[in-house]
Each structure stands twice: as C-alpha cells, then as structure tokens.
Design a protein around this ligand. Structure first.
Ligand SMILES: Nc1ncnc2c1ncn2[C@@H]1O[C@H](COP(=O)(O)OP(=O)(O)OP(=O)(O)O)[C@@H](O)[C@H]1O
Length: 259
C-alpha cells in the first residue's frame, strides 16, 4: 500500500448561519501521519468528514492526486479513502469477520460474492488490528476497545491510500493505544488522525494540523508546531514542552489551566 497526498483548498462548511470550517487549506503529505488537534467543537470531525467526501464543502475542494474527492464515484472514493469514526454501529448483528468484510464492498463487482484478493485482505486487516481471535464473535458483545480495533481492521481491509481516524484511541488501554498508533505508522499510508492526547500526537505523528474555531491555526512538523505558546493559545493550558529524556521526541508536561 502506498499513500497519496490529500490536498484541501480553502475549505468552508456552513450549516444555517454557523460557519463550522473557515477557509481551511491543508496538504497532507503522502505516507505521512498527520495529527489533527484542536479543542472540543473546533471542527476536527467535520473536517475529516469533508476530507472523506461524506460532506460537501460549502466552498473549496479536496484533491487526492488529480482527483476531486467530491466528484469521484462513491465506490472509487471508498477504495481510496477509509474513515474510522468515533462511534461506529453496524445496525444489524454481524460477526467481527463480517464487519471487517464490509471493507471489501468497494472492491466487489457484484454483491454478494468474493472479490479474489478479498479474503486475504480481510485476514491481513484482522491480524494488523489484533482482532483475529475475535473473528467469530458477535459485534454486539465487543468492548469499546475491541470495537475500535475491529473498525481499524475494516478500514485496512478496504486497502485505502488514505486513512482518516477520528479519535482512534479513545477506548483503548495504554498498551493498545501505543500498539495501535505504531501499527498505523507502519502502514505507509497517508494518515490523518484526530487526537486529544498531545503526548501521543508528539510520539506518533510526523506533522500536526491545529484547528481552533473552524480555522487552521498552524500546520507543520511536530517539533515546530507543538509549543508552549500554541497550547496556551488554543487550549488555554500551560504546558512545558521539552526534549524527552530517553526518546528522540518532545515530551509534553501540563502545569495547569490558564485562568
Ligand atoms: N450538522 C450540524 N449542525 C449544527 N452544528 C454542527 C453540525 N455538525 C457539527 N456542528 C457543530 O460544529 C462544531 C464542530 O463540530 P466537530 O464535531 O467537527 O468538532 P470536533 O473538533 O470534532 O469536536 P470534539 O473534539 O468535541 O469531538 C461544533 O460546535 C458542533 O456542534
């Protein structure tokens, strides 16, 4: 799998009189993990939905290579871009394997039926997300973290070029958080992940894009973006950003809310 650059140009999304995204221009580099940061309500989920082609921007466009994402046929778009949402529901009670097989739908010429490579891709997805042992289990019986990993397996079975993740670790224990993000890094895909944990963002992202009030405040390599001033301005929290004592990355220590 290889990634492609995803380029958003001057995106706005309005609903009624509310401007939820305001002139967001962002180039997500191919094969790079971009962390999408910002306080609650800053527009992260909305931006991911627009980038995924699920929401049409009021202004601006999104390009994947030479394709305009919002003009692509839905199946072609689903082969190229996978989205893992914060809370996914299947509607009907499926097994874990059947949920992961849903990722193959955009690759099938007819339904139902096998799609050649499909079974292998499903197996790879189950393995990569560490849910192989859950394959026969009913989705309805899974824990929150198991559901999150199953949704990653579904997205990987889709074999996309771009993987969009909305708070992908919010149900995971610490070990699974670290494992999940290091596996995502190893995929070589163009990844955009909305994250709340600045330490995880520093550890697993190459680039950070920061939203506030629907505007892109800054975008660039982690070491340039993640500063005390930025966190104070956007989150209203005093932090110390220092070199990690043992690892080649920044370490973020919070000191308290700025009153
Ligand atoms: N369909 C809609 N109608 C009205 N307002 C909306 C709609 N969708 C989103 N919003 C508003 O847009 C803002 C941004 O929402 P969004 O879910 O994108 O934020 P977020 O950064 O993902 O937040 P969180 O960190 O809390 O998940 C919020 O104020 C939300 O209430």
């Amino acid at each position: 799998m290889t990634g492609s650059a995803l380029v958003a140009r001057d995106l706005s999304w309005r609903v009624g009189s509310a401007s939820i995204l305001r002139g967001v221009s962002l180039t997500c580099r191919p094969g790079v993990v971009t962390g999408l940061l910002g306080p609650n309500g800053s527009g992260k989920t909305t931006l991911l939905h627009v980038l995924a082609g699920l929401r049409r921007p009021t202004e601006g466009d999104v390009r994947l290579g030479t394709d305009d994402v919002h003009r692509m046929r839905a199946r072609a778009r689903a082969r190229a871009i996978a989205l893992v949402e914060q809370e996914a529901s299947t509607g009907v009670d499926l097994t874990v394997r059947e949920v992961v097989e849903l990722g193959r739908i955009p690759h099938r010429s007819r339904l139902p039926g096998p799609d050649g490579e499909g079974a292998d891709a499903v197996d790879r997805g189950l393995r990569a997300a560490q849910v192989e042992h859950l394959a026969p289990r009913s989705w309805g019986t899974l824990s929150g973290g198991e559901r999150q990993r199953t949704q990653l397996a579904r997205a990987l079975a889709q074999e996309p070029e771009v993987l969009l993740l909305d708070e992908p670790t919010n149900h995971l224990d610490l070990r699974h958080q670290l494992d999940f993000l290091s596996r995502v890094r190893g995929l070589g895909l163009t990844v955009i992940a909305a994250l709340h944990d600045l330490e995880l963002a520093a550890a697993y992202c190459d680039d950070l894009a920061v939203l506030d009030g629907g505007r892109l405040v800054t975008h660039g390599p982690v070491a340039k973006v993640l500063t005390r001033d930025l966190v104070a301005e956007v989150y209203g929290v005093d932090v110390t950003v220092e070199p990690h004592p043992d690892l080649p990355r920044p370490h973020v220590r919070w000191n308290g809310v700025i009153s």
